[in-house]
Design a protein around this ligand. Sequence first.
Ligand SMILES: N[C@@H](Cc1c[nH]c[nH+]1)C(=O)O
Length: 411
Amino acid sequence: MIHQPPAGARDLLPLDVTQKRWIEKRLRPVFEGWGYHRIITSTVERLDTLMAGGAIAQSTVIQLQEREEDSPLALRPELTASIARTAVTRMTDTTFPQRLYYNANVFRRSKNNSHNSQQEFYQAGVELLGVGGLLADAEILLLLQDCLQSLGLHQWRLILGESGLTRSLLRIFPEPLKHKVREAIAQLDRLTLEALPLTPEQQERALFLFDLRGRPEDVLQRVGQLELEPGERETLENLKSLIDLLEESARSNGSTTVAPILDLSLIQSLDYYTGIVFEVVSETEFGPQSLGQGGRYDRLLSLYHPQGEMIPGIGFALKLENLHQILLQTGQLPTTTPATQTLVVPTSPRAYAAAFAHAQTLRQNGEYLPVELDLSPYSSQSAVRQYASDRGIAQIAWIEGEGKAEIEIVG
Ligand SMILES: N[C@@H](Cc1c[nH]c[nH+]1)C(=O)O
């Protein structure tokens, strides 16, 4: 059926694009203000690049039909893997840290495979490559906060986890069970978790992990009571330092940010994270809505590096559709496409060339304020005025045969 788009595809009409650009225009100066440079990577990647390190399940990737002898290709479901690949294979003579940002579409097949669910999404995000540690983690979280502030969003919470620590606390489970426990926690599925064949000790640990979220000081204290290995204690200390630093930065900035929710049961569906993981959630009348997510991935780049060199990385992606929805509710987005400034109307065929010339002069003088030509030569003056007023056009330039322009301000 040639009149239908493929299932799950998206067409953005001019007003959608105007609103999307409103969001992008606010994010770009924030990214650039923090020293990030835009990168554009290929929409199509090799399947093995996208899935390196178990980053994403094959079932959620949209594959492309290729010749059998070629390695399978797919549409990118996210950008971190592509940027990691590009950074270590194409930007070899650059020094770290690298600060990169993007604004691009991604494609994901919905899990339940339902025919019409959306498969194309837009993300704006950043990757900070080549630096680990407290300061880099804090930079990314403060930048994320700055992005949301620049969009005028205040009703959101940061949920912060630590994938290394969570993985480590899961180590008491034997392999096939560990995966199931992890899945049930990731899906917040308590019933499945309780039904798993676990020993009483394992069950206690599973439920302990499941409920490990709340005010940072409470969660840190609860984990601190466990018998931890030195590495785990150190991670816990780092997490505390990060939370303190975020709070202190907010205070010295004079802003009153709400403390993050510390959630050591936070498990992201992407499996390349090695350190902090986080999600930004907005409270809406329909329940919480995720606005973006990210985390630290210190092993991913080594998978693409020719010598397997370890290069740390951290970043986040904001979900533009969800931001769009929230911003529509707050009434901040433009409700019309940008109006034309001047409608240039040739009053006779002899004025056609002069009309084009006049319009061009206006465009060049007016720093490309939109100027459009009236293309229906026989429309009456009242029809022209009606058209201009309907479209919110500020003025009409009537062009006479000899090129003279008479300006009329539209009432
Ligand atoms: N690429 C991740 C987000 C992210 C960026 N950097 C690190 N994580 C996603 O799409 O969920």
